[in-house]
Design a protein around this ligand. Structure first.
Ligand SMILES: [Zn+2]
Length: 91
């Protein structure tokens, strides 16, 4: 799919979050997340290094799992809602 190839190109320029890609492409965040998972998998399968800087809580520093690509609603530890979104980069 062309869009997935575009995603790989986009992510090899600089680290991006699901929201920023969705905004730039005018797409739903959920759709972007789905395609992003596929793009990451196929990029890894074809030998690219995919670096995921996981989402993080601004308040207590809690780090979410790498599978949490879209912006989490709330921190499970301190219940804070000020969160950094995961940033994805492809080498
Ligand atoms: Zn927290």
């Amino acid at each position: 799919m062309t869009f997935r190839r575009d995603l790989v190109t986009l992510l090899s320029v600089q680290p991006r979050s699901v929201s920023s890609i969705a905004r730039e492409m005018g797409l739903d965040r959920r759709d972007v997340e789905d395609d992003l998972r596929h793009a990451i998998r196929s990029a890894r399968a074809s030998g690219h290094e995919v670096v995921i800087e996981p989402a993080r809580c601004r308040q207590c520093g809690f780090v979410f799992g790498e599978d949490k690509l879209s912006k989490p609603g709330k921190c499970p530890v301190c219940r804070g809602t000020r969160l950094f979104e995961a940033q994805i980069r492809i080498e």
